[in-house]
Design a protein around this ligand. Structure first.
Ligand SMILES: Nc1ncnc2c1ncn2[C@@H]1O[C@H](COP(=O)(O)OP(=O)(O)O)[C@@H](O)[C@H]1O
Ligand SMILES: O=C(CO)[C@H](O)[C@H](O)COP(=O)(O)O
Length: 556
């Protein structure tokens, strides 16, 4: 038997999954929580305070994940490393890291360890909104064609606003960086000893196009004369398609991971996109929601359509041979996390403890006893801004309909429904703009853990939902890409579509819309849509004004 390992670098932790290639059997899994977690208040020195909307990570944590989880899956499974023929990596994105030419992250250097800009900017770092706004304004004025490929707006989560923020606020870091790259490519470089930038993050996050390349020098100069040579100075025009081999495990990486030197390593990928073949999707119209801290929506299309508010359309971005469309919601599980940390009374916490269940399970159980519409609540799912279709990180959350009788489980349910309405808005926007969405699939921690939530999504969207048959879908997808990198002759696959056909999998059980619920959700969705437009499209910018007042108050 031959095996492949997929390593999924999430928001809070990294996990490795060892897969038997022929059968798709998941043999062993290991998780390592990041030692430094998400740094959103202080640097590791404990004194350097971060401003609001920052979210950083420490690259040492990524190496630790490799060092801990790969030996662990080898030990747990008893598989001989000789029989592991491939490794694939996926990551959150856009998650970027400034490094020296030899790959050393700037935050590893003594001189920069107290400088926040030397660390990894995590996908949910939202402090480059000013740069994103300025970029969008100039791109629009200049008639830049790339803008439409990103739904009309470049998000503050993406590569260029984040890099520009470094330049604006810490030119010494910008100047010291020989390379600024996606964390997925950095980890791959640590395994194979050379930089191999992937087409997925280049396309979706760094405004790279297969035929047109990056934004022009003249546009970059218009943004800031110091950015004119950004591509030559900090990026690369050598972009490697997903589904190809980045290289092989070096002697150094072998010492770190316990793998054999020469093991094939796939070009890096993104947690969302890598999950498509894992559920067996290889053709257009089938939308996959990857639901966790945030949700990404990926769907394949035949033609390049310009969809307002999508995250991007990239040729070969998710599956070779197709246009890959991405949209997303910046905050899904994070809503529920916020809620359980801040809004759950002690009695409920005790009840969960006594019954030996998770507080999410308890709230879900109670929320499941409510009839649709019974709470009288609607929420706007913008606790971490709106990624699609408004592309605005400055929007914030909202509950409407609260009374003295409002219960925590009603609020929890309203948050679930809000995320479902957000997804429906995305689906309808795709459909209205020439990208068919005919089937719905879900993967990720939440799709597996929360049956009520999946039923609510089926009812709100009035679509059946099929669920990934792996609790580690991204890692499983990465293992498939690892097997493709190894190639057929070594016991892997010829192509990712062959792999998807052979071992892509969904559960037998799927969710079907319940007609009575669908009818009530139609009414609630109509109300949600009104609130969405009112607060999100400029009619009432109260959320932004409050944010400015807050920023001013924090400065004093
Ligand atoms: N039973 C549950 N129902 C809904 N959300 C949950 C449940 N359990 C955990 N979560 C949320 O799921 C998120 C974690 O999702 P997961 O897929 O495990 O991680 P990640 O997004 O980092 O890959 C957290 O934000 C947490 O609040
Ligand atoms: O933007 C994304 C992919 O393009 C994801 O939202 C981001 O990577 C975070 O993923 P997760 O919620 O699973 O931690």
């Amino acid at each position: 038997m031959k095996y492949s390992i997929g390593v999924d670098f999430g928001t809070q932790s990294g996990r490795a999954l060892l897969v038997e290639i022929e059968t798709g059997r998941e043999v062993a899994m290991a998780v390592k929580a990041y030692t430094h977690g998400v740094m959103d208040e202080y640097l590791p020195d404990g004194v350097t305070k971060l401003e609001p909307d920052w979210a950083l990570q420490h690259p040492a944590d990524y190496l630790e994940v490799l060092q801990v989880t790969i030996p662990e899956v080898l030990a747990k499974s008893g598989v001989n490393p000789e029989d592991v023929i491939g490794v694939g990596i996926d990551f959150t994105s856009c998650t970027i890291i400034p490094t020296k030419a030899d790959g050393t992250p700037l935050c590893f250097l003594k001189e920069f360890e107290h400088n926040p800009h030397s660390y990894v900017k995590l996908w949910k770092h939202h402090a480059a909104q000013d740069e994103a706004n300025a970029l969008n304004k100039l791109a629009e004025q200049n008639g830049e064609a790339f803008l439409a490929r990103y739904g009309g707006k470049i998000s503050s989560e993406w590569f260029l606003p984040k890099v520009w923020q470094i330049l604006n606020e810490a030119p010494e870091i910008y100047n010291a960086a020989d390379s600024i790259l996606e964390a997925t490519d950095w980890v791959v470089s640590q395994l194979v000893g050379k930089e191999r930038r992937n087409s997925c993050t280049a396309g979706y996050k760094a405004i790279w196009h297969k035929k047109q390349g990056y934004p022009s020098k003249s546009f970059l100069k218009l943004l800031d004369p110091r950015l004119e040579n950004l591509v030559e100075e900090k990026l690369s025009t050598d972009i490697f398609p997903i589904g190809t081999k980045a290289g092989e495990i070096t002697e150094k990486a072998a010492r770190l991971t316990g793998l054999k030197p020469g093991t094939a390593v796939a070009v890096g990928n993104v947690d969302a996109h890598v999950s498509m073949p894992a559920v067996g999707i290889t053709d257009p119209g089938k939308m996959l929601m990857i639901m966790g801290t945030s949700t990404c929506h990926i769907v394949l299309g035949e033609s390049e359509e310009m969809v307002p508010g999508m995250c991007g359309v990239v040729e070969d971005g998710a599956m070779p041979g197709y246009m890959g469309y991405e949209a997303g919601q910046s905050c899904v599980g994070d809503h529920f996390e916020w809620f359980i940390e801040n809004c759950v009374p002690i009695q409920l916490q005790e009840e969960a403890k006594q019954r030996g269940i998770d507080i999410h399970q308890l709230l879900t159980e109670k929320a499941g006893q409510l009839a649709v519409g019974q709470s009288g609540l609607i929420a706007l799912d913008w606790w971490n801004g709106n990624r699609s279709t408004l592309v605005d990180a400055d929007l914030t959350g909202l509950f409407i309909g609260m009374t003295l009788l409002t219960k925590p489980e009603e609020m929890y349910r309203a948050l679930i429904e809000a995320t479902a309405f957000g997804t429906r808005t995305i689906i309808e926007t795709f459909r209205a703009n020439g990208v068919p969405v005919t089937e719905l699939y879900a993967a990720g921690g939440i799709a597996e853990k929360n049956a009520l939530m999946m039923q609510i999504y089926a009812d709100v969207c009035n679509m059946e939902i099929r669920i990934a048959d792996s609790s580690q879908t991204p890692a499983y997808g990465s293992a498939m890409f690892g097997a493709v990198a190894a190639g057929k002759e070594r016991g892997g696959f010829e192509s990712i579509s062959e792999a998807a056909g052979a071992i892509g999998k969904v559960k037998e059980h799927y969710y079907k819309p319940i007609p009575e619920n669908v009818a009530v959700y139609e009414k609630l969705y109509a109300e949600y849509s009104k609130l969405y437009d009112y607060f999100g499209r400029g009619e009432n910018n109260v959320m932004k004004r409050l944010k400015n007042i807050k920023k001013a108050a924090l400065r004093n």
